[in-house]
Ligand binder design. Structure first.
Ligand SMILES: NC(=O)c1ccc[n+]([C@@H]2O[C@H](COP(=O)([O-])OP(=O)(O)OC[C@H]3O[C@@H](n4cnc5c(N)ncnc54)[C@H](OP(=O)(O)O)[C@@H]3O)[C@@H](O)[C@H]2O)c1
Length: 203
């Protein structure tokens, strides 16, 4: 698949690495493609392209937001037409705000984007190493119930090494957000550390 990752920090470079490894065509959209920080972050990913945000969005079918929440509105405003109709994944968290995701901001400026909430509720270290003594951690996500699009999202989740669990449509986004808040609460406030993930048990 053709994937554009906006942001090449912890989340962007970790997920990008997994998706390059899985054979996807990955491009990073960043505000300064020449910056030392970005170059260092993608130095181990020679197969990934690094471009400006405006250049990186049009060629891909899937766009992942892996930038600070405060940057989302400006990016979506400037690229609303290019985002139209694309699968957009929101991984951003604005902890402390009444709503921590950026889904409605994205839809406000690009209403025809097909937005999914995913990759928000675990730390980047879990994306880097998702196995716990042989057990796959689960990745809860939500977004439109479309077989093709959910298939693409779930392929990307499996390619990171996680098991996808669809929680429902975007009306479930606060549920998926709450799992991120739970992760942060346990990791930091309860001192359980960042090697922490979630597993659904069912019979
Ligand atoms: N860290 C985690 O474990 C984790 C887990 C789940 C979700 N998240 C969420 O994922 C997002 C990224 O987190 P991160 O840890 O990867 O952050 P990070 O390491 O700080 O990387 C942020 C990336 O966004 C870019 N950026 C910053 N401000 C920008 C702007 N105004 N316009 C365009 N690009 C901008 C940075 O580029 P420059 O180099 O140009 O600054 C960098 O590439 C955040 O919303 C975070 O809440 C993080």
């Amino acid at each position: 698949m053709k994937i554009t990752i906006l942001g090449a920090g912890n989340i962007g470079s970790t997920l990008g690495g997994k998706w390059v490894q899985a054979g996807h065509q990955v491009r990073f959209g960043v505000r300064d493609p020449q910056s030392e920080k970005t170059r260092a972050a993608v130095s181990k990913l020679p197969d990934a392209l690094v471009e400006s945000i405006g250049q990186a969005i049009p060629p891909s079918e899937i766009i992942l937001f892996a930038v600070p929440s405060a940057a989302v509105e400006g990016i979506v405003r400037e690229n609303s037409r290019a985002l139209a109709g694309k699968i957009v994944i929101d991984a951003t968290n604005n902890f402390g705000a009444p709503v921590i995701n950026s889904v409605l901001t994205i839809l406000k400026y690009s209403p025809s984007a097909r937005v999914y909430r995913a990759f928000n509720a675990l730390g980047w270290e879990i994306f880097a190493q998702p196995q716990f003594k042989g057990t796959l951690a689960d990745l809860f996500y939500c977004g439109p119930d479309d077989t093709t699009m959910r298939g693409a999202i779930e392929r990307l989740i499996y390619d990171v090494g996680l098991r996808p669990i669809w929680v429902g449509g975007l009306d479930r986004m606060l549920v998926v957000d709450a799992l991120g808040t739970l992760w942060v609460t346990l990791s930091f406030q309860r001192g359980m550390g960042r090697r922490l993930a979630l597993k659904l048990l069912q019979e």
